[in-house]
Design a protein around this ligand. Structure first.
Ligand SMILES: [Zn+2]
Length: 373
């Protein structure tokens, strides 16, 4: 039996998957994590299925206690990829120091992938018969879940609730809203000229971009941020720059705010950024916001009630970073995030997981399952 019944079981399984390099582009590594998790869940008595999401990403893994169900009480989501390069696990393998664990992905979010198993292990067979649980482990969250979001959303649509098992920085602080993101490339074209001999013939794309930066930044407000993260333009100091390029990051709390921003953004492009300047833009990516709907309140109350039973004070926080909760939110299935372990410094070498609270988080999930019966 590969159930998790204590912290040592949890740690030995966590060690096994943390020590497999699984940066998103390392498709073999991610698939190896999927196969390892599959063996754990299968041995613990659950139905498992490897999911092929195309050649550019590793395999996904689907787990359930209720094969062939038309609907689920809850969908849990965990990702198996990390942001780290190949060789990272060899360089700094899993280790425990005092009450903390370290290693690539130890908190983001290989811990969450196993806290689910610990929580399921706490249910008795009778309870497992009365609740329908689906779990999606995806291979590409760190690059935006581009190949896995449709698969996850299909199952989310059949689920009453969805919980994302990313970590928490503080016990009880669940994420109920996440900003959406849009990336936009702006290309301005002017006219090149010698800066000394005939500057009057030139139309500087860089000067136009300076104007563009001011005008587009002015569209930001308390809910919408605009960041010109990349600027490239010109070739040499003594030539008027013909081209200038910018990539911007725009973030918003709701799709309404996104639509309002884009309406104003498009309008800005109707007025030239400089004389004879041609302006174009491409929208590269829009991650929808993770929004709260009416039914989210019901889920929040359920979580708060379960947490209270365990003497955990619940708060619901907003975050500027995205997770799989963002695209799930578009299915209108109520979704909350933060059901993994407590820790910090994700995406850095000092990433850590607090070992004192892992079982508490497993208990919380277990009690939530019981509340659905
Ligand atoms: Zn994560």
């Amino acid at each position: 039996m590969s159930k998790i019944t204590n912290l040592n079981d949890f740690l030995s399984k966590l060690e096994a998957i943390v020590n497999i390099d699984s940066g998103t582009v390392n498709t073999q590594g991610v698939t190896k994590v999927a196969l390892t998790l599959q063996s754990f869940y299968k041995e613990a008595g659950f139905y498992t299925e490897i999911v092929d999401l195309g050649p550019s990403v590793g395999n996904g893994l689907f787990v359930t206690n209720c094969k062939d169900a038309d609907s689920y009480d809850v969908l849990l989501v965990g990702h198996m990829d990390t942001v780290f390069k190949e060789g990272e696990a060899l360089k700094r393998p899993f280790k425990v120091v005092g009450n903390k664990a370290f290693g690539p992905g130890v908190f983001d979010m290989k811990d969450g992938d196993l806290i689910i198993l610990w929580a399921l292990s706490k249910l008795d067979p009778e309870q497992l018969k009365k609740v329908k649980i689906a779990i999606c482990f995806n291979p590409d969250e760190e690059t935006g879940s581009t190949k896995s979001s449709a698969w996850i959303d299909d199952i989310a649509k059949k689920s009453r609730y969805a919980l994302i098992c990313e970590g928490q920085s503080e016990l009880g602080a669940f994420t109920s809203q996440r900003k959406g993101i849009s990336h936009i490339d702006i290309k301005l074209k002017g006219r090149g000229a010698h800066a000394g001999a005939c500057p009057e013939k030139g139309r500087s794309a860089i000067n136009a971009m300076a104007n563009c930066i001011q005008r587009i930044n002015a569209l930001a407000n308390e809910n919408v941020t605009v960041n010109f993260g990349v600027i490239q333009g010109g070739l040499i100091a003594n030539a008027i720059a013909e081209d200038c390029f910018a990539r911007i990051d725009v973030r918003f709390w709701t799709s309404k705010q996104c639509d309002e921003f884009f309406a104003k953004f498009k309008k800005e492009f109707e007025t030239p950024f400089g004389q004879d300047i041609k302006a174009n833009y491409d929208v590269l990516l829009i991650n929808p916001a993770m929004e709260e709907f009416e039914k989210t309140e019901e889920l929040k109350q359920k979580i708060a009630a379960v947490a209270k039973k365990l003497s955990i004070k619940t708060t619901f926080v907003r975050s500027g970073a995205v997770s799989d909760g963002n695209h799930i939110s578009q299915t209108k299935t109520p979704v909350l995030d933060g059901f993994g372990g407590i820790g910090g410094d994700a995406h850095t070498e000092s990433e850590w997981l607090d070992l004192d609270t892992v079982e508490t988080k497993a208990n919380l999930l277990k009690e939530f399952f019981v509340s659905l019966i």
